[in-house]
Design a protein around this ligand. Structure first.
Ligand code: ADP
Ligand code: MG
Length: 240
């Protein structure tokens, strides 16, 4: 049987903020078309992991491989150019630009038969279609998250990396975002890496989960089924 290729792999990553040693030897991988989560409490190093993968906070040692390229030390824009869309927790909507301008800036031609276009984004994100000329920075938190995800999709990425997509959203909006991620990332075969404290959402969108304990250490890896069958694992790692 042919092995599924790993499109994203992190090997023995060590990352610092100045003298602060935040990620102390992290390894993980995501196979092509797989949806993987990193679950962990506040402050364990989830965001820093993603920032290291994206070249925003480069690791002091370790290796990052994306789409077969050794991307360790690459600047973020070059990593994005490999077809990686990163949605940070703060969403980073460009202020002073309209919803439409935010989308147009991110648009890249798609390779498949049903690429994301402005029209397709508006069709599936009515909240954005109603606000095309509104300054992106004036959107509500939920609307900004829709715009951030719409902006990721319109880049027609092979890999989507989401940092706490549920953060700050009402339960209803968490459900909407969950459905969007399920329908347009997971089911359409985009490789997904999502970081969450909200394990309910993570279990709905991802099929394999890394449990991060502290300083980027991985305490365990489990499938969604395994976590559903043994809620104690979640209690041990995520309960406050
Ligand atoms: N810019 C920074 N400078 C110094 N320390 C930071 C910075 N960002 C995060 N940290 C620290 O690094 C650790 C991991 O943070 P982070 O990766 O944001 O965790 P998580 O995303 O899991 O909540 C925390 O102790 C946090 O205080
Ligand atoms: Mg974080």
């Amino acid at each position: 049987m042919e092995k599924t290729p790993r499109v994203l792999e992190v090997e023995d990553l060590h990352t610092y903020y100045g003298e602060s040693y935040v990620i102390q030897g992290l390894s993980l991988f995501v196979e092509a078309h797989e949806a993987v989560s990193i679950l962990g409490r506040n402050g364990v190093g989830k965001t820093t992991t993603l920032r290291s993968v994206m070249g925003l906070t480069p690791p002091r040692s370790g290796k990052v491989t994306i789409a077969g390229e050794d991307t360790t030390g690459w600047p973020a824009h070059r990593i994005s150019g490999l077809g990686v869309a990163y949605v940070p927790a703060e969403r980073h909507i460009f202020p002073g630009l309209s919803v439409e301008e935010n989308l147009k800036l991110a648009a890249r031609p798609g390779k498949n038969s049903n690429p994301w276009t402005l029209e397709r984004v508006y069709e599936h994100f009515p909240v954005l279609a109603d606000r095309t000329s509104q300054d992106g920075a004036t959107l509500s938190g939920g609307e900004q998250q829709m715009l951030a995800i719409g902006r990721a999709l319109i880049s027609n990425p092979d890999i989507v990396i989401l940092d706490e997509p549920s953060q700050g959203l009402s339960p209803l909006l968490v459900d909407t975002v969950t459905e969007i991620v399920q329908n347009f990332c997971v089911k359409s075969g985009i490789t997904l890496l999502v970081v969450e404290q909200n394990y309910r959402m993570a279990l709905k969108v991802a099929s394999r989960h890394y449990l991060m304990s502290t300083k980027g250490k991985i305490a365990g890896v489990a499938t969604t089924r395994e976590l559903m069958d043994d809620q104690q694992i979640i209690q041990d790692h995520l309960a406050v």
